[in-house]
Write a protein that binds this ligand. Sequence first.
Ligand code: HAM
Length: 424
Amino acid sequence: MGPKYRAPEGMNDVLPESSHLWQYIEARWREHCHRYGYREIRTPVLEYAELFERSVGETTDIVSKEMYILQRGEERYALKPEGTAPVVRAYIEHSLHSAGSAQKLYYITPFFRGERPQKGRYRQAHQMGAEIIGTAQPSADAELLAMVMHFFQSLGILPEALELRLNTIGCPTCRPAYREAVLQFGRARSAQLCKSCQTRLERNPLRILDCKECVAITTDAPPIDPYLCDECRTHFDTLQQLLKMLDVPYKRDYRLVRGLDYYTRTTFEVIAEQGLGAQNALCGGGRYDGLVEALGGAPTPAVGVGIGVERTLLVLQALEVPMPEPPRVGVYVVAFGEAARPVALQVAQQLRYAGIATDLDLEGRSPKAQMRLANRIGARFAVLLGETELAQNAATVKDLQTHEQTLVSQAELAVWIRNRLQTS
Ligand code: HAM
């Protein structure tokens, strides 16, 4: 019989043997964002559901099928299914535009989507996001894409393992004509489309382009290029020139229309060739020039990205990229005999106050069992306290690598150990 309670389906515990990897990736993301001039923003884990209905879009799978809704009294909340709409809501609510320049904001957040769980697809997942709000310049798109590829590279993922796919989906001026063309194309083939494309065709025709099941039917779908307005075309051309200049390789992907309604112009994803199976997008993003206004702010162009933490980890593991070892305590204090136990606690505290990661037995183990544990957890030094040591206010420090033993006075213990830990 299994445990009585389990985590909700599609939601995972991060256990101590892997939490250091999460800390590592998150720390690298923070560092990386600071390097590019971003500042962190944190928003609540839930928002009024309407925020996502208005931004991600009522006809999208995310909003129509996958949101976790919480009703409390009159209020209807949704656990955030993505990170961009909350950031834009906060940008407007706190008048971040009044800083007078574009805001570069980054975040690390859980998000929730009631999808069918599979490898790389969970119901609670985590995203590292970055948003540049307040500029329409293609240099913002280019810098964001360069930053994302640089991030993966800084984690040790070789550029050959990834593919940046890039597209433009136009703007409210030019997209309607393209939408109509895809709709006509789809209607002519509607009997061959998969069930969900048949239903989404009329509401959201562009989505048939990125349906994996319908690839064969939509290969001849019209590309957007002849429909782009001058502004969208210039934006996309300039972005491509900048990417070439910055040596950021990409592949044009006419099918990349994305599953959220707020996008305008640039859309992109980074695909991992290995490690993710069917859910192979490591990150996705694009421009959303109409979103701030749609949510009640002044017209404000913006561009951003969301990177999946779980998928990044899966790729790092599949590619066997070296990652940090779990942190270990440097010192384990071993008490020989009952009289030594309180002193052991006191000595351990002294070492911790001095900044040395230290642990000791709190379960009344025998000295032999304490020594075994000191070795098992990979401590560098065991500090032994027995009658002889207590009589001299000293401790025997045993180097667990060389087995060398040294008697050190308790007063000098912290400095003695710190010097050795720093030089080893
Ligand atoms: P998204 O493409 O829906 O975009 O999600 C971004 C990334 O989150 C995906 O590429 C993937 O790595 C990860 N992801 C998505 N769903 C799941 C899931 N169920 N399980 C595990 N990982 C998942 C957005 O959410 C936009 N807010 C990105 C953005 C920011 N656009 C502009 N700014």
